[in-house]
Design a protein around this ligand. Structure first.
Ligand code: ADP
Ligand code: MG
Length: 566
């Protein structure tokens, strides 16, 4: 087939423009991205070869090779992974297939710094090569295809690319970057090695470069004909904790999560016994742009005996922990496990329970931190992910108590919209006669704190939780008591606050008798509009307020359902 020129998808053009400009100050990440693709390609080959071992051809030792050519001014990344067919090169290197792409482009603000952070979350990928290159040549052959069915893809990273069929004996992909003017500093083994060690040390495959030695006669480093492995080349999570420093954990997180920022916390351990697996789990420091998108990619990668099986293994983690990123490497699951098998598997159920417990205890550690730094971290966690965690009250009955202890609220006691009061704090401040945990819900903190229902509570000095998150009402329908104390809405039914004062109660009864005829009259007048009219002593400043009955929908929930068109 002759050479053909094709256009990039519109989003690719837009991404290229943006990336070249906004990521320039961080340009060395291109190497991390291309090495990560090479490593993915090796994972894919291993995975397909489980059922078709002939895909390894005569070249079973998977590796990545990085080299450079000073005269041609090129840097080359070569892998013997799965490779690409012609059609794959066209679609994978010409379009962005990920879900959420549209949403991503909608979020771009034009502010370079903010957009650069977003691009980081999105994953910069193959196109980041164009930050340093004004032309990229990709030559590839997919494992299993004949040598005559290789492909060459060339682009200058502007509007279009060309593809042609080539003869290629070698399976896998060779990517050659023709450097832009001024990027010659990359033409140095020292420089390239230090970038690899910084970003790609944890890559499980050996990353090879030619070994260099000092030549005293020539007075310079000279390339030898032997290979050197530049990285550690063992999957990070398989190493023992004592061999891994914080910096390595953070770099691994950035690779895993496509996030430029450090994680808030992580946990790494090996579980033995009925079900054996290693888990390395991270709490990010900020929510992804698409956290509320139902189709978004989840954050856990599943490996079986170090072989990558799948991204987004949603069976391993309940929905309400979907913000967690990490790796689970099982020793028990079969290598050919599919999503369907995962759904049924008892091993997976055990892993899911174990992962959930581990995440909850990591969050408990964060929540119980004594230092200011630790406290700030939990506040960050709560602001970013608290609303998601609350879904757990309805989703995970078994861990409801543990989740409840992690909750934080705004209350009448702190008088600030900041959600930082735990239920334990609340209970510790309860009045001696108080038996219930009171809350009020509204659309905003302002509305909640000015609710007329609160007047009597203020008068009696009783703290009330101010609930304003969308999930609150739903979550509370599953969560009815804490520490043996029922949760009660201040807007519902008869409040037995009278127990707080017997004499007052007597006085109230007397007034009730006197006003009975008036109440009866009002009942008659409002009989089509209100179920009942009652005398109340709960208000101090307002003349009247609406309440919903015990068992009826609360006013706020009614408004929400109305807004949702029900
Ligand atoms: P991502 O890696 O997040 O999918 P990239 O932009 O990095 O996005 O890569 C796009 C796609 O191009 C990959 O998903 C893969 O299908 C293909 N690809 C890139 N590099 C290679 C490679 N070295 N070998 C095989 N396929 C590759
Ligand atoms: Mg990639």
């Amino acid at each position: 087939m002759a050479q053909q020129t094709m256009s990039f998808q519109a989003e690719v053009k837009q991404l290229l423009q943006l990336m070249i400009h906004s990521l320039y100050s961080n340009k060395e990440i291109f190497l991390r991205e291309l090495i990560s693709n090479a490593s993915d390609a090796a994972d894919k080959l291993r995975f397909e070869a489980i059922e078709k071992s002939e895909l390894f051809e005569s070249d079973p030792d998977l590796r990545i090779r990085v080299s450079f050519d000073k005269d041609a001014r090129t840097v080359t990344i070569d892998d013997n992974g799965i490779g690409m067919s012609r059609d794959e090169a066209i679609s994978h290197l010409g379009t962005i297939a990920r879900s959420g792409t549209k949403e991503f482009f909608g979020k771009l603000s034009g502010d370079q710094q903010k957009d650069a952070a977003l691009i980081g979350q999105f994953g910069v990928g193959f196109y980041s090569g164009f930050i340093v290159a004004d032309r990229i040549t990709v030559e590839s052959r997919r494992a299993g295809l004949p040598a005559a069915e290789g492909v060459r893809w060339v682009s200058a990273g502007e509007g279009d690319f060309s593809v042609e069929q080539i003869e290629r004996a070698q399976r896998g992909t060779t990517i050659t970057l023709h450097l832009r003017e001024g990027e010659d500093e990359l033409l140095s083994a020292y420089r390239i090695k230090s970038i690899i060690r910084k970003y790609s040390d944890h890559v499980a495959l050996p990353i090879l470069m030619k070994h260099e030695e000092w030549d005293a006669e020539k007075g310079e480093m000279v390339e030898k004909d032997e290979d050197e492995t530049v990285n550690q080349a063992s999957a990070l999570w398989t190493r023992s904790k004592s061999e891994i420093d914080d910096e390595q954990y953070k770099q691994f997180y950035q690779h895993l999560a496509h996030d430029h920022q450090d994680p808030l916390a992580w946990t790494h351990n090996r579980v033995e016994g009925r079900s054996e697996y290693t888990q390395l789990l991270y709490v990010p420091s900020h929510a992804p742009f698409d956290m509320w998108n139902r189709d978004r990619q989840g954050g856990l990668k599943l490996y079986v005996k170090r072989v990558f099986i799948m991204d987004d293994a949603e069976q391993l983690l309940p929905q309400y922990l979907r913000f967690i990123k990490g790796v689970v490497d099982s020793s028990d699951l079969p290598l050919n496990v599919s999503r369907e098998i995962l759904q049924e598997s008892r091993d997976v159920k055990a892993i899911r329970e174990g992962v959930t417990k581990r995440v909850l205890s990591m969050l408990e550690d964060l929540a119980n931190a004594e230092t200011d730094e630790g406290k700030a971290k939990y506040a960050t966690f709560w602001n970013e992910f608290g609303q998601v965690l609350k879904e757990g009250l309805g989703e995970d009955f078994g861990n409801r108590e543990r989740i409840a202890k992690l909750l934080r609220f705004a209350t009448t006691h702190t008088d600030s919209p900041e959600q930082n009061v735990s239920l334990a704090d609340y209970v510790a401040r309860m009045k001696p006669e108080q038996t219930k945990i009171y809350y009020v819900s509204a659309d905003t903190w302002q509305a909640a704190k000015n609710s007329p229902h609160l007047e009597v509570f203020r008068k009696k000095g009783i703290e009330v939780l101010l609930l304003t998150d969308r999930v609150d009402e739903w979550a509370l329908s599953y969560f009815t008591e804490f520490d043996g104390k029922p949760l009660a809405s201040v807007a519902r039914g008869d409040l037995d606050l009278n127990a707080f004062n017997d004499e007052e109660k007597k006085a109230h009864e007397e007034i009730g008798e006197t006003l009975k005829p008036l109440v009866e009259k009002m009942k008659e007048a409002l009989k089509d509009k209100a179920k009942d009219v009652r005398l109340t002593f709960r208000l101090t400043d307002s003349p009247s307020c609406l309440v919903s009955d015990e068992g009826d929908m609360s006013g706020n929930l009614q408004r929400m359902l109305k807004a949702a068109g029900q």
